[in-house]
Design a protein around this ligand. Sequence first.
Ligand SMILES: [Zn+2]
Length: 322
Amino acid sequence: MIKWEAHACLPLHPHADFGPIDRLHAAGVNYVSINIGMDMNPVSQVTAVIAGFRATIAAHPERYVLASTVQDIEQAAAAGKLAIGFDLEGAMPLLDQPEMVALYRALGVRQMHLAYNRNNSVAGGCHDVEQGLTPLGHKIVAAINAAGVLMDCSHTGRKCSLDIMAASTQPVIFSHSNPLALVQHGRNVTDEQIRACAATGGVICVSGVSIFLGTRTPDADDVARHSAYVANLVGVQHAGIGLDISFRQSELDDNPPGDYDPTYWWPKSAGYDRAISKSTYPPIESWTVLGDALRKTGMTADEAALVMGGNMMRVAGQVWGN
Ligand SMILES: [Zn+2]
């Protein structure tokens, strides 16, 4: 049984310490998708981070595998190694060029969003005025489908996410999003979005972020409760896990270079006040008790295994190809 962590954040620095990733592995995770950039990060930073992370992975072949296929993940698990893929949160690093999708894919990116909270030339963000998928956005969805990359709608505006799910010829995921019916927050997703995702054959991976879970000290039971909501609404084969733990390392600068206004990307009007209350996350070791927490919601052991990784293995197998 593969355990799949659909989204984790190291500092966006080429020399970020992979220690927290090792702790995820020790807690039982077999595959983790690591963020390599968001819409606010310039391409110079994104490419430097990819190069640095690839070098760290290559320097420890006994520990890590940069996964291309689900077979790579199964082989890594059998050999006691952690499989890693990269994800890009927003289309701005694509520079309005659909062919950039295949380039990022060749560098290890296996999952892409089109917008990060705010609107851009391609898509609408969840904390901005409603904007659908633009004509360029349609070309980029086609490029993502053609390249064999997972189309991800977390951080995307509601209307735009529905446009993307209608346009995509492949299953679409939410890699770290929680049900709005349980917690009112603009980053959380409506039942309509969850149903549309399931209709593509995709998976809604719930996050462990405190404000999206509606608790100050999130734990495995909170994550399981949100997963169970998704499973009850659209079926257990469409629920997954993307805790979105942000592994800050104070000695490394995690901010984009140049002018950067965090209140633009995380608006106070949307409930973010990073000066007063920082997000908190479940402990990494929650992965060791998540199966039990899912069982407590009424799932069987087989159903819990689908949520913890089986569903994402199915979708990635379909989208990434061999
Ligand atoms: Zn995110």
